[in-house]
Design a protein around this ligand. Structure first.
Ligand code: 3HC
Ligand code: NAI
Length: 694
């Protein structure tokens, strides 16, 4: 095993290098040798200054997240940073790649920071349900001021090196030769003879800070926290940095960190961190499989999804050939894309030049022959098997032999679509979510014959275009939409038996969802489900009646709610309440008060149960994949870790008992507890760590 911390010398400058692949996390095996090295160098009179740097692709990317929840081992990160900060000779962090979390906190323990121009610096702990726990909340405001520190810490978003320089987070940036520049910088500081001031002793930025403005900003942020504790703790801790002496603020930060790290929300968010990375490791697609090169993508259909998918590729720097049935549809699609970019420009998140650059990456066409040069083609035409089969047989004739052919179908059988080509090994589903240029989730649907290199390629493409990929198998609705159907299965009965759409939705938002099911139907458009039901010979008592009255949701100003003057705010509608009451009376149902617990039990428990069935069938390889799908595609609250993680918090025996009760009452299949759920409960094992054979 190589040493994790080494010292080299450049004359009187000592260069300390941390080498703990892949991301130089501050594990115990780094902290202990680093402590020793710092102790040695502090007392070595031949050393005039110290440069702290990292081997490999990045500076320290944080504390070792895998160590959280295990017994603490000293020295902890705070001990090491305190030692570093106490060193009297100049210390310089030379930052490349990413200095994140504990990594940036370590750099804040140095007198100076010099960053490669491509580096990024941030405190993303909030995304793990934490706050920076090694002095970040107390030191950062001393460098950049409380307002900027608050924004960085509560958002968790890293800043690029030039922004870090402008806000005095770093002292210099380096175009090239970071390490040589850092050594020269350290040498200058040592030679100057001026005592370097540690960050803890720099108070200018926080003395006389405008607390009222700070509190107003913090209150705004709190409104967006939606039940998450960490953003509030982050704000409190930065406030402490202003109001308390350094050591007291540090102690208060520790107390808040300790509380968060042992709480369910942070456990849930850490589960999601590792789950997201695990999801990219796909059964039967090993590291030996080489991905194909994707230089140009083709998108068929420039409607709601095709337009968004095309933008996602272009945003990732991949040129797109965009095909529509005719010129009008193409122009309409392109106009929508241009409008979306114009909105980004007006919000200041995109420059006019960048917009022009992106628009230039689109090659619009109505001629299938133009797709011949594409390496990956995604079909996003109407959800109709006959239309899809026709498109794929045309593609089969014109696409280059190495091209990957993908469908964005929401429900249809990917194997049947693949069978309309002579190359089913090159066909798969790429199920994007609406709006496709924004939503992170990408369900990659592996057909029965999809080749491993095709999967390896699209996993790489997903990363390039900023998506969170999860590979799933073929079934009606795949993982996400299939579980969504289970969640909705009993929802109308809740209305008939006594709840209002508003009451059901309020339970959902109280749980942490961005919206409830009835708001979601209204937003998506009730006509879609209505058309689907009619095609499949199914009915829905309330939704069908609403559709018969032309109430399609937001787009018609009326659905389960009313929307006044084009507003998107749902307003309860007495006409809907009457319709529900009438429907109940016709069915002889006596309406009653329905409590929150029952609403959860009749919507979310069936969803968990369906997830377990999906695992049994091998449609998803791991329970954690399901959690990634639900938190990234459907708004399941991250603080609850996804439906599988939440099921463990809720308790499998309780869920099974209630499902059995509901199954007894209704006979509905969604309530019949899955064998897997029962087996895990009997063995006392968790659901969220289940790995099957998908
Ligand atoms: N601890 C432990 N493992 C980590 C880690 C960390 N901080 N950061 C990354 N890893 C692991 C990943 O799990 C992955 O492992 P695997 O290969 O076995 O799946 C491997 O390192 C590579 O990670 P990525 O696939 O994410 O690599 P990328 O190159 O895509 O991204 C990164 C690199 C931007 C550094 C990204 O890994 C990242 O964002 N890491 C987390 C950063 C973070 O949250 N830091 C704060 C930690 S909490 C903290 O510091 C608390 C402190 O305040 C006390
Ligand atoms: P849409 O109706 O907005 O767009 C479909 C587009 O395809 C239209 O512009 C149409 O002109 C074009 N088209 C139809 N046949 C074509 C052909 N033969 N050649 C070229 N273009 C053709 O539909 P939407 O919503 O974009 O859906 C597309 C697909 O994406 C469907 O399979 C749908 O199930 C799926 N999907 C939809 C989601 C949504 O939220 N709307 C989410 C995820 C998937």
């Amino acid at each position: 095993m190589t040493e994790t911390v080494t010292i080299t010398r450049d004359g009187e400058i000592a260069i300390v290098t941390i080498d703990n692949p892949p991301v130089n996390a501050m594990s115990f095996r780094v902290r202990e040798p680093l402590r020793k090295v710092l102790e040695t160098l502090a007392g070595d009179s031949s050393v005039a200054a110290i440069v702290l740097t990292c081997a490999g692709r990045t500076f320290v990317a944080g504390a070792d997240i895998a160590e959280f929840g295990r017994p603490a081992q000293r020295p902890d990160l705070r001990d090491v940073i305190a030692m570093l900060e106490a060193i009297r000779k100049p210390t310089v962090a030379a930052i490349h790649g990413t200095a994140l979390g504990g990594g940036l906190e370590l750099a804040l323990g140095c007198h100076f920071r010099i960053a490669d121009k491509g580096a990024k610096l941030g405190l993303p702990e909030v995304k793990l349900g934490l706050l920076p726990g090694a002095g970040g909340t107390v030191r950062l405001p001393r460098l950049v001021g409380p307002a900027k520190a608050l924004k960085m810490i509560v958002s968790g978003a890293p800043v690029p090196a030039d922004v870090a320089l402008a806000s005095a987070l770093v002292d210099a940036t380096s175009e090239s030769n970071l390490f040589a520049n850092a050594v020269a910088f350290a040498r200058d500081k040592a030679a100057s003879g001026v005592a370097s001031v540690p960050v803890r002793d720099r108070g200018a930025q926080i003395v006389g800070a405008d607390l009222a403005a700070f509190d107003a900003e913090a209150a705004e942020l709190a409104k967006k926290a939606r039940g998450l504790e960490a953003p509030l703790a982050c704000a409190q801790s930065v406030r402490n940095a202003i109001t308390l002496p350094f050591d007291e603020a540090l102690a208060a930060e520790r107390e808040l960190f300790t509380k968060l790290v042992s709480g369910d929300q942070s456990r849930a968010q850490r589960h999601l961190f590792f789950a997201e990375r695990e999801a990219t490791k796909v059964p039967r697609v090993g590291k030996e499989v080489s991905p194909l090169e994707i230089r140009r993508a083709g998108i068929i259909g420039a409607g709601t999804m095709g337009g968004g998918i095309a933008m996602a590729f272009v945003n990732g720097g991949i040129p797109v050939t965009l095909l529509e049935m005719n010129r009008e549809a193409l122009d309409r699609g392109l106009a929508m894309i241009e409008k979306n970019y114009a909105i980004s420009v007006s919000r200041g998140s995109l420059s006019e030049d960048a917009k022009a650059g992106r628009m230039a990456l689109f090659a619009p066409t109505t001629d299938y022959a133009d797709l011949a040069e594409c390496d990956l083609i995604v079909e996003a035409v109407f959800e109709d098997m006959a239309v899809k089969r026709e498109v794929f047989s045309k593609l089969d004739a014109i696409a280059k032999p190495t091209a990957i052919l993908a469908t964005n179908t929401s429900y249809l059988d990917v194997n049947e679509i693949a069978a309309s080509t002579s190359r089913p090994q090159d066909v798969l589903g790429l199920h994007f979510f609406s709006p496709a240029n924004v939503m992170k989730l990408l369900e990659i649907v592996r057909g029965s014959r999809t080749a491993p290199d095709v999967l390896a390629t699209v996993l790489g493409v997903a990363k390039r275009i900023g998506k969170v990929p999860v590979v799933v198998g073929v079934c009606h609705g795949f993982v996400g939409n299939r579980m969504l159907s289970a969640r909705s299965d009993d929802a109308e009965n809740l209305l008939l038996e006594g709840a209002s759409p508003g009451e059901v939705d309020k339970v959902f938002t109280g749980f942490g969802w961005p919206m409830g099911p009835f708001q979601m139907y209204d937003m998506a458009g009730l006509d879609i489900g209505w058309r689907n039901r009619k095609a499949r010979g199914q009915t829905a008592v309330i939704a069908d009646r609403l559709c018969e009255q032309g109430r399609f949701g937001q787009k018609t100003g009326k659905g389960f709610y009313r929307y006044e003057n084009g507003s998107r705010t749902p307003v309860p509608d007495p006409e809907v309440a009457q319709l529900i009451e009438d429907s109940a009376r016709e069915r002889g149902i006596e309406r009653r008060t329905i409590l929150a617990g029952e609403i959860i039990e009749r919507t979310l428990y069936p969803m968990v149960n369906e997830g377990a069935k999906i695992l049994e069938e091998g449609i998803a390889a791991r329970a954690s994949d399901i959690d990634i799908i639900w938190t990234n595609g459907y708004g399941f609250p991250v603080g609850k870790g996804g439906p599988m993680f939440w099921a463990d918090l809720e308790g499998l025996p309780k869920i099974i008992e209630r499902l059995e009760y509901r199954h007894g009452l209704s006979g509905k299949d969604v309530f019949r507890p899955s064998a897997l759920l029962k087996r895990l409960a009997a063995e006392g094992r968790p659901l969220s760590t289940f790995v099957g054979n998908g």
